[in-house]
Design a protein around this ligand. Structure first.
Ligand code: OOG
Ligand code: NI
Length: 270
């Protein structure tokens, strides 16, 4: 699969899950802005056939290269940043949950999901937007996961797909700051993730980021119980040149730690 097809299918799946993304995208295009993606992000479990190491070959096949690892001790996550084959393509942030750091009960719930995955399904790049590769969990299991890891609970119901796309504020004309972009988002009636402040990072760390609160939709759990759940969110990033004058290519772990909470709508939503 070529990289254009990959991102166009990924985007179609993402916007179907995330109507706010189409609204935001179209609002900026209507103002004459050009949308360039800074990065996209994926979440997975470090177990079974969908580990970071098992998914990474799909990125390498598109021409991506490994850039830098990141650790999130409190959230029990590790991640890797990848550089695109050309500047007009997004970077990729791929994270995985360190399942063995959860309780035996939570691990049992996750194993019950992972055991349902057909390994053949993971062999083609469209697994990156396959969604759930297992039956819907019960609401009880969802809540058990939620008590230990919001990331685990989210992944159990949403599955593999773009967790967010990120607009490059560097490529905007009218909006020269992340804060101006966030103000425009709010004028559309959408919520901002304020965990750790509206703007994560600073020119000093060469990256400023902000994000929406994830969209919500009703979800039918095993047994038929329907509850509103968070889907995906949109991010906005502005990068600064390093001492050598080269645009910063990495992520910032302290900022990422708070960006993860964009799907934690129970704690941070209004
Ligand atoms: C990823 C959060 C981190 C960034 O740009 O630092 C991130 C996630 O929510 O899965 O995207
Ligand atoms: Ni991001």
């Amino acid at each position: 699969m070529d990289i254009h097809t990959f991102f166009s299918r990924l985007w179609d799946d993402y916007t179907a899950m995330t109507p706010q993304a189409s609204r935001i995208h179209d609002a900026f295009v209507a103002e004459g802005e050009t949308i360039v993606n800074d990065h996209v992000a994926f979440r997975t479990f470090d177990r079974g056939p969908i580990t970071l190491a098992a998914l990474e070959p799909h990125l390498l096949a598109l021409g991506y290269t490994r850039f830098e690892p990141y650790e999130f001790k409190a959230k029990k996550l590790r991640a890797y940043g990848y550089l695109p084959p050309s500047d007009d393509q997004p970077r990729v942030f791929l994270s995985e949950l360190k399942c063995s750091e959860l309780s035996h009960e939570a691990q049992g719930i996750i194993d019950g999901l992972i055991d349902q995955i057909d390994p053949a399904r993971v062999a083609t790049p469209d697994v990156m937007w396959a969604g759930r590769l297992w039956q819907a969990p019960s609401f009880e299991d969802y809540q058990s996961l939620m008590a230990e890891s919001e990331y685990a609970a989210w992944l159990a119901i949403i599955g593999l797909r773009a967790n967010h796309f990120t607009i490059s504020v560097n490529h905007f004309q009218r909006y020269d700051s992340v804060e101006k972009v966030l103000a425009r988002i709010e004028s559309l009636g959408l919520g901002i993730n304020a965990s750790g402040g509206r703007i994560k990072g600073s020119p000093e760390v060469l990256l400023e980021q902000g994000s929406t609160l994830a969209d919500r939709q009703p979800f039918t759990f095993a047994g038929g119980q329907v509850e509103e759940i968070p889907t995906c969110y949109y991010e906005f990033a502005k990068r600064y040149p390093d001492a050598a004058g080269k645009c910063y290519q990495g992520f910032v772990a302290a900022s990422a730690d708070k960006i993860f909470e964009s799907t934690d709508i129970k704690r941070y939503g209004t």
